[in-house]
Write a protein that binds this ligand. Sequence first.
Ligand code: PMP
Length: 412
Amino acid sequence: MDYSQFFSPTSASRKPSAIRQLQKFSSIPGMISLGGGNPNPTTFPFSKMSVTLRGGEVIDISEADVQVALQYSATNGLPNLVQWLRDLQLLEHRPKLQDFDICVGNGSQDVLTKAFEMLAAPGDSVLVEAPAYVGALAFLRPLGVKFVEVEVDESGPVPDKLEQTLQNWPADVKKPKFFYTVPAGGNPTGLTTTLERKHQIYEIAKRHNFIILEDDPYYYLQFNKHRIPSYFSFDSDGRVLRFDSFSKILSAGIRVGWVSGPKALVERIVLHGQASFLHPSGISQAVVSSVLHKWGHAGFLNHVQSVAKFYEGKRDAFIQSADKWLKGVAEWNVPTAGMFVWIKLLGIDDSSSLIQEKAMEKKVVLVPGFEFFANPTKTPYVRAAYSIASESDIDTALMRLGELVREATQHK
Ligand code: PMP
């Protein structure tokens, strides 16, 4: 595949950092390096690090690993972490294309936005779900792209409409370069794309030659024992970039996420990293890596299963309260992954003022649906998260929302 056709002029003009290129020569036996600008680690005050897990287990990070973590390191991530992540991808996704690369970022948002910058130039058309993750829209909007919204239903993006849009695409306008999608426990919809839909969308991507940006931070929060396979797993062309995150399963504040995909695409993200953040935090990576190596892949998969179970319980409590308070005034889908419910308020054309003003007066915070649409629109939807609030607070909040909708529609 000729990836250069997809690169924005900014990304295409990125060159490897000359100093970083010299680093590989430093490890040649007998070589004396006066080249690098690394600070001398003997001046750093830290020597030992250990982490204590909730169960009381203490993991000591070796002094050698601490020294590596304290120094400048590879832009794509600490080698022992990258290797662990690579093995996880092979084990979990069994990708058709095994010749993929990985780049770790400060959370998946970091590498995701670098991918956006790699592909999107002002005036380019990009495919996004309607509704879409607001954090992605916030980055794409200032790039000056034209959003082409892809309708979603409870099985995922609707293929027929997408195909129609692309078939009727004007001959003198460049076709979209990528489709950005959140396939599991979508933010904001809570919906999970079925495997059949993924295959249908992938076929369209092949026919119309676009890249799929698979942003999947809720992948391990699927409640069914058998997780739905990723686009990354069956990608045979090398047109999928997959974004994973530890934010929902290890820690959000630790800021570790990663991208996996074709070498030529990951390379552009790494080049961006060389010129911006240099590399993700060594300490964060060392902490994550120490836990992952201690657990092994089986231990990690056990851990994510217990996290998914936790959110499944929260989902059940939320749906029970929704059934109690919102029947007749709202409609919703029961999520099978993640932490969000997308609620349609019946008899309301535009949820914005109701949620931004009236809901605040009633002391309940929800996100009005219009925030999640790339192109301005009025919508009756609101997003609710069941991740943090206690069961009794969820119950009270939904009682208040029910009252709010009843009052608003009675006055009509
Ligand atoms: N994508 C989606 C769909 C998200 O919901 C989030 C977190 N809100 C992110 C990306 C960013 O995650 P991270 O913390 O890994 O940067």
